[in-house]
Design a protein around this ligand. Structure first.
Ligand code: GUN
Length: 293
């Protein structure tokens, strides 16, 4: 078994981005890519994601700004914030951290974002372009998975690929990317969800298994074909008396047992997570270079 080391690859890509920022921005007298994040309310997970994104921006020499609002901000006011960021020529790309409070229609907010600044790739224009194989912002987690597949030279053409979970952020876009007619596509993709029957009989046929269910330890060794490639998108804080923090991060896959059986596997932490953040940086770089038309 080989680890798909997301931390290692993300660090390599960050170094590549630093070189780009120096050569194509600083040395040309241009200001560095500027990324903004909108954070509503005080959900600890959202706060920690946004802090992680800010840190990554600093590491590669990007400018980053966070716009924080209380949970009771009105939908109208948040739409104004989006309009303001759309119109600010100094901001190349931005995200609105999800989830949003229940009184705000998240889809309405997403649809207000200028698709050319939508570095999350959640706007319907970007999703539509992704399906058609046109230049666009690809959502960060699926983009990071494709980059891992690329950097570890994993063949996807003609492979049986099973995706567990059909979220808009991960499962649905990765199933599109792997089945597209493209370099890291051409796979036969099966997308499983809450109505799928006998999931183990489906996963046992997978050459590549992508797990984005949000259920800790869902995939056990008995569900995995020998020498499969297993990519775990899950991230769960599991209470632990053995760590200082009092918890341990675990995925949707029973790593200890599944890793004995597969050819490649992503660890949690250090697998898909770092790739997600670095993919957002890559999208921001594309936004600053005006690469999406
Ligand atoms: N919440 C969980 N993941 C994401 C993400 O990738 N982007 C945004 N904006 N919110 C999230």
């Amino acid at each position: 078994m080989k680890l798909l080391d997301g931390k290692l690859i993300a660090d390599q890509i960050k170094n590549e981005i630093v070189t780009e920022v120096v050569n194509n921005f600083h040395n040309k007298g241009l200001s560095a890519p500027h990324v903004a994040a909108v954070l509503v309310g005080d959900d600890p997970a959202s706060q920690s994601y946004v802090t992680g994104k800010e840190k990554a921006c600093r590491e590669v020499g990007f400018i980053s700004s966070v716009y924080k609002y209380p949970a009771n901000i009105s939908e109208e006011k948040l739409l104004d914030v989006v309009d303001f960021l759309n119109a600010d020529p100094d901001i190349h790309g931005f995200i609105v951290q999800l989830p949003l409070p229940g009184h705000i229609d998240a889809q309405k907010i997403i649809e207000r974002i200028d698709p050319l600044k939508d570095i999350d790739g959640f706007h319907p224009v970007n999703i539509g372009k992704m399906v058609l194989g046109l230049p666009c912002f690809i959502p960060a987690t699926p983009s990071g998975i494709i980059t891992l597949i690329d950097r570890y030279d994993i063949e996807t053409e003609g492979k049986n690929c099973v995706v567990l979970g059909r979220s808009h952020i991960v499962g649905t876009p990765i199933s599109v990317l792997l089945s597209r007619k493209s370099k890291h596509g051409n796979a036969t993709v099966t997308l499983c969800h809450s109505f799928s029957r006998d999931i183990p009989s489906i996963t046992k046929e997978a050459d590549i298994l992508i797990v984005a269910m949000g259920r800790h330890g869902f995939v056990t060794a008995g569900m995995v074909k020998k020498d499969a490639v297993v990519i775990d998108v899950g991230i769960h804080r599991i209470p632990s008396s053995e760590t200082k923090s009092g918890f341990r991060l675990k995925g949707d896959v029973d790593f200890d047992n599944v890793s004995r059986k597969c050819s490649y596997i992503t660890p949690v932490p250090g697998g898909v997570g770092p790739m997600t953040i670095v993919s957002l940086l890559q999208n921001a770089l594309m936004a600053a270079k005006n690469k999406i038309i």
